[in-house]
Design a protein around this ligand. Structure first.
Ligand code: AHR
Length: 504
């Protein structure tokens, strides 16, 4: 068994939008409280933000962080989170049956974004609220002083507009679990009115309308068509979400799931084209895949917390998936899909960033550490910027639940013209056999391997914990080399790797 790949400099998919390496942070569990914010923590800064967490986030070079939800946003009053902390109300969060002190709100979040070199992407409550609250929120965040909302923001310590350019018009409005769930017709009409109104405030805002919560929804993909028929000319992106699970403990099926992701994206891409044609429009709408990740390890623990919930705990341990080595492979495959779909996916957010189904974990008053999945996300975010190459791949495959012929290799290639590098991200889905790979480089000139990072482990279940933070980490590889214009490398069974080649 071997894989033959060809990468041609001129055979490209698209320029990858850096924003596909974005993330998501919700007022949920310990994402915010004892996640990014813990005023008593030894590393906390003057704003109460944890310095150890900030550094791990900074290292990821995340373009945008979506906030504050998620299901949480659909009953959130943004006004509760502004003004003097001591005056802020504690509210019951109906999405996760918890209470929220509102110690962190939009000011603190945006200040934190500055400290970790990222930008805010804000979600608007279109569940329990409507057009007026949406426009007030946007005017509060971006309006000039001299206006009511701008003056209020100045009174709260920030005279300069925050100039947030990315706005989500609600969250998962197709989901019956959502506070204020709507039909596609109801939501499409409301979202269009909100979009028009926000555009009247500022034409340059980038607006994201809700698509399906996942491709198993009964309303998918008609939801997308109807919502876009209402909103097409006034929005820039349609949001999709998908979570991955290996409940049946079948690795082969699990690692094939990005084929389902691929089909989901292609179907919505076609739906966008259909609506564009119906409308005889020149406008383009793209996909914001603003929630994706592995999510299942914590399901039983969450049910126990939520079903047995008495009272309204503040920052309980919800959705604290502990990721294993197998999930490294899955996250690698997902990120490869976004690179290959970079013609239409312009934003994607790993969901979430800290503690809640996240690459970064913390102990209250204690350590912050990298989960196993931190690494494929890190490598893609740092080295996956540039132009996505349309690779030709020939490799044997296997039959899985979601597809008949899933190649054992999953590979994406990125040409960074400015740096003069080509970077490959590759996963070997074979559990017992190493996979020799030859990547023919065409049109790049002289080539030399400058880095090879390999992740493999004897146990798919291996995890990183506070006490053993480096159980699953990348190691520098030494076997990748270029010979006669061909990169030659062998992928160990069940492995992830990044190979960087200097070209030209
Ligand atoms: O990320 C966890 C939850 O998953 C979000 O709150 C919701 O949008 C999705 O269903």
């Amino acid at each position: 068994m071997k894989a033959r790949v060809t990468a041609h400099k001129d055979f490209t998919i698209a320029r990858i939008d850096d924003r596909v390496y974005s993330a998501f942070l919700e007022h949920l569990g310990r994402a915010v409280y004892t996640g990014i914010y813990e005023p008593d923590h030894p590393t906390a800064d003057a704003d109460g933000m944890r310095g150890d967490v900030a550094q791990l986030v900074r290292d990821l070079n995340i373009p945008y962080v979506r906030y504050p939800g998620g299901n949480f946003v659909s009953a959130y009053n943004w006004e509760d989170g502004v003004g003097p902390r001591e005056d802020r109300p504690t509210r019951l969060d109906l999405a996760w049956h918890t209470s929220d002190s509102n110690a962190v709100g939009v000011h603190e979040f945006i200040a934190w974004c500055d400290t970790v070199n990222t930008k805010p992407m804000l979600a608007i409550n279109l569940g329990s609220r409507g057009l007026d609250e949406a426009r007030n929120f946007v005017e509060y965040v971006n309006g000039p002083t001299g206006s009511y909302w701008g003056n209020l923001r100045a009174k709260h310590g920030h005279p300069e507009p925050f100039n947030v350019n990315l706005w989500c018009l609600g969250n998962e409005m197709d989901g019956p679990w959502q506070v204020g769930h709507k039909t596609a017709e109801e939501y499409g009409r409301l979202a269009n009115e909100v979009a028009k109104t926000l555009r009247a405030f500022d034409k340059k805002l980038e607006l994201i309308v809700c698509g399906s919560s996942n491709s198993d929804m009964k309303t998918y993909p008609e939801w997308e068509r109807i919502v876009l028929e209402h909103t097409y000319e006034n929005v820039d992106h349609i949001s999709l979400h998908m979570y991955f699970a290996n409940r049946a403990r079948n690795t082969a099926n699990y690692l094939a799931l990005n084929h389902k992701l691929d089909t989901y994206i292609s179907t919505v891409e076609s739906t966008i084209k259909l609506v564009k044609a119906n409308k005889r429009s020149k406008h383009d709408v793209y996909i914001s895949f603003d929630e994706w990740n592995v999510w299942y390890h914590s399901n039983a623990q969450d049910r126990a917390i939520l079903d047995g919930a008495e009272g309204w705990p503040h920052a309980p341990r919800l959705l604290e998936d502990i990721y294993n080595f197998e999930d490294v492979l899955q996250v690698g495959c997902i990120l490869n899909t976004f690179i290959r779909k970079s013609n239409v996916v312009k934003i994607a957010c790993i969901a979430q960033l800290v503690n809640v189904i996240a690459p970064i974990m913390t102990d209250p008053k204690g350590a912050a550490w990298r989960q196993t999945t931190y690494y494929p996300y890190y490598f893609a975010s740092i080295f996956g910027r540039g132009t996505a190459l349309n690779l030709s791949v020939s490799c044997p495959g296997y039959a899985a639940d979601v597809a008949d012929d899933v190649p054992f290799i999953d590979i994406a290639g990125v040409h960074d013209e400015a740096e003069g590098t080509v970077t490959f991200f590759a996963v070997n889905r074979h559990g017992t056999d190493a996979l020799p790979v030859e990547i023919g480089l065409e049109g790049f000139g002289a080539a030399k391997v400058i880095d090879q990072q390999v992740m493999t482990h004897a146990m798919l279940e291996a995890v990183n914990t506070a006490d053993n933070q480096t159980n699953v980490v990348p190691v520098k590889g030494a076997d990748a080399m270029v010979s006669g214009g061909t990169v030659k490398v062998s992928l160990p069974p069940y492995s992830y790797q990044m190979i960087r080649v200097k070209v030209g």
